[in-house]
Design a protein around this ligand. Sequence first.
Ligand code: B3K
Ligand code: ZN
Length: 876
Amino acid sequence: TAAILLKDYRPSDYAIGRVHLDFQLHETETLVTATLSVRKRETTVAGTPLVLDGDELDLVSIALDSVSLGDEAYSATPQGLTVKTPPAAPFTLTIVTKLDPASNTKLMGLYRSSGVWCTQCEAEGFRRITYFLDRPDVLSVYDVRIEAPVAAAPVLLANGNPTTSGLVPDTDRHFAVWSDPHPKPSYLFALVAGDLGVVKDSFTTMSGRHVDLGVYVEHGNEERAVYAMDALKRSMRWDETAFGREYDLDVFNIVAVSDFNMGAMENKGLNVFNDKYVLANPDVATDQDYGGIEAVIAHEYFHNWTGNRITCRDWFQLCLKEGLTVFRDQEFTSDMRSRPVKRISDVRLLRSHQFPEDAGPLAHPVRPEKYMEISNFYTATVYEKGAEVIRALKVLIGDEAFKAGMDLYFDRHDGDAATIEQFVACFAEASGRDLSQFMLWYSQAGTPQLDIRDDYDGDNRTYRLTLSQSLGPTPEQSEKKPMVLPVRFGLVGPNGEDMLYETAKGAEVNGDVIVVDKAEQEIVFTGVASRPIPSILRNFSAPVRPILNMPIKDILFLMRHDSDPFNRWQSASTVAMYCLTASTEALRAGSSATIDGDYLAALAEIITDDALDPAFRALVLALPQEADIAREIGSNVDPDAIAGALRHARRTIGSKLGPTLDHLARFYHDEGAYSPDAESAGRRALANAAQDMRAASGNADVHARIMEKFGAATNMTDRLAALVSLVQNGASEAEQALGDFYEGYKSVPLVIDKWLAVQAARPGARTLDEVKRLTEHPAFSIRNPNRVRSLIGTFATANLPQFARADGAGFDFVADKVMRLDDINPQVAARILVSFRSWRNWEPVRQGLAEAALKRIAAKPNLSRDVRDIAERSLA
Ligand code: B3K
Ligand code: ZN
């Protein structure tokens, strides 16, 4: 199959104004009748063939204006249907297809999940339901009639508003008709039918529209859907106040299903969710789960405007809806919780997921220009870096112009299938700034490096800051141009406060933002009283990699004193990273690991500073992970040495700061009733981070105490934290705790996912065999994406030393599973395979073994397009 190129885009020859769908639901033989109102576009030559997309379809019949089409008039395969010479005047096409939802293991199109019929159409799943112009720039108004057995599917849902429903006379079946007045692309179509419980509520929009809300879950889980409903109502209100966006239908429904390829899906008026992002109560969900639910509910809801009302012209523009919607959900969480803590968490995620992507063979621009399989482009680059680019734009043009640009975008493009150029043009217009250089953020892949040097001249009281940017080659892009980087900064004086200066020359400086737009820029500040310490890239104002060239003592100073909470955290993490990479090198050279005493002192100072938010302190205490250190080292990586360095650092901190950590674990451990709010969650985060670091000391009494806490915990956050501490730190109680945990939660699959993940992330050479055994465990199923991600995904992405074992057995295991999954669910298989992406950074022996595993996958017969694409790009 040929690659699809952005530059080849052209509009469709035909438009489909209305779609009527009739579903006769059946487990294995569902009949779909699609009635399409088709019209030739003005510029299309009469008689141009109408070419519809299909994927594994079984055509039953086709008629044009109610007359059956003769064999000579069309051609059909499972992969497409062509009407050879359609009329020049508008016509109706009636297509009947037959589907087998029960055997649809790809979970794209119409499938069955725990007895429920549900659909997933983004990006190209609608073509698995009927032949269609399955592309986001074909917008249609849909009416959907669903008919199903009353007993199996008392609940019948589709997009839009419900119109009629009733029993089908003389049968055991009933029907419902839904109409969606808003034109939409096929990828936003959805249908759900099944026997489901529901939590109902309502919402009155800012203009007074009454909206019925429903969260549908498996019977018995209703109580676990209450938090999701609350998050939904808060999201609806927030979008009104923060962005002026109101909901536009009479109903909004969310359905939780247990078999789902990703997090959730923003189908118009009918969001379908992975149950992981809906179901919660204190006994089964952690603070992190609650936070995830709140964020994903908001994200999908926000898509109603950024994605649905304004959609994408083509899939290359995916970041138009995803980057922007991530930006919006980040802002929502910042307003609901702590803004600095959210910022730090997001940057950690960006660094651990997106930076490695940008630095490896799968690197691609935020707006790609080429793809083989679009499913492989729902990446951290499109989502998270896409959000960072919008955040940087806001810093560059200022809050006011940003808001004006958003308003203009909504105003001008409502109802459109838009492009990134159109989006950015709104901000150029609102700010009066030329944003053509800014567009490079969308076209150049890779993470720019920002090199910082400075020099103070005491005689003249001038301070010189030299900022230079560079961007290395990425696949298919060798030459890069300088980008525009908004760099937020402060000059920190000896008392820890920001210093004043008289003038700044050499670059555009707006308030506390330096606009770097050349390869190198020298900014000269006058009237600077003494040598400042530069605090650069405050709040992570652009997604770049700063190179500080600063003495450790200055970074320690910022760790203690920077007024920007992000850079305080960043400085702590920079110093920790410095110690960890130095220790790794020492261990490889046969000497021993060390940890800086001044770092320990500063760390102790911060974590005990009661003026600081406990959640922030917990983040300062969290050391970089193995993969972060590997990324920092960059090449010839030995995961065992890294694990050794990390173990040493944690053991040292755990024993040297023992009493401090014990105190924090006790003091912030709350006994009261559980509440998922950010403040309580922050206290638990600090207590558990302290407890975990303390456990790293290896002290048997500490382990025994944690085992007690594990048994006595009154919520999943504390229980899981205790379990992780016991297992990760090699406590003798670990087996007992794992056994108790399984017995306690074996009936709750989402908790069993945690149990699988804890074991997959376990250090030590026995883990691989244990993971293999767990793939045979009755709680595991290779057909369920959540189980696969928890066990195999965690092993491949969160246990670098065991995945990248020196004997290659970890690679072989994951490769075998990828090949097995390829026949079942290619999207999930491709996701798991991404874990090999940094293989060229490893030391030569591991590199060779990883390459062999990748080649073995690439050679598999009948490899899916999804997996072939990842394997080939990884090897290129
Ligand atoms: N738009 C969906 C993702 C669809 C992924 C298709 N492979 C969820 C989201 O980003 O909100
Ligand atoms: Zn999204």
